[in-house]
Design a protein around this ligand. Sequence first.
Ligand SMILES: C[S@@+](CC[C@H](N)C(=O)[O-])C[C@H]1O[C@@H](n2cnc3c(N)ncnc32)[C@H](O)[C@@H]1O
Length: 187
Amino acid sequence: MPTAGWWEALWPDPAGVLAKVGLKPGMNVIDLCSGDGWFTLQIAKVAHHVVSIDIDPNMLEVARQRLTEGGITNCDFVAGDAYKISKLWPAHADFVFMANAFHGVPDKPRLASSVRDALKPSGRFAIVNWHPRPREETVILGEPRGPKTELRIGQQAVKVAVEPSGLRMVEVLEVPPYHYAAIFEKP
Ligand SMILES: C[S@@+](CC[C@H](N)C(=O)[O-])C[C@H]1O[C@@H](n2cnc3c(N)ncnc32)[C@H](O)[C@@H]1O
């Protein structure tokens, strides 16, 4: 998880990103690989309920503090592996949000199948990913930031990894300055 200063500079409007990728009032949401809760807080302000899942309990603790300070009571925090999403939170979700993490998943088709099992029919999976640009070009606060160049994948590679699960790509959106969002739907 990056240090806060440049993360805030990169994501000054997390609520705007969430609205753009399809978060709506009343939804039950899972923020997968939620980190320190930068997006989770804004999800909680809109959704009916959000579950914050991360493998790192320390990250979840930071997120818990952030949401508590924000007066949020409609969030649960679950420590565990993203592959086990539907076991970690068995109630089916309307929306699974995954930002800045899909590029690092070793077995992406397996993760996609797990997300499919966690979604209701017509539920959506939004993946916010770094564009596959060289790391030297993604400068924030004067320095190259983000994952190693070789880990970055484009929208076509994401589609190829996710669609065998049965989830269908329905939209790809620009999320400036350095990201795109690939949106999938469960039939
Ligand atoms: C770069 S951070 C992104 C956090 C958040 N999504 C955001 O955009 O602000 C990636 C997060 O993924 C979590 N993570 C890595 N592998 C995971 C796994 N197998 N299951 C669940 N979380 C994982 C890390 O602990 C870290 O908090």
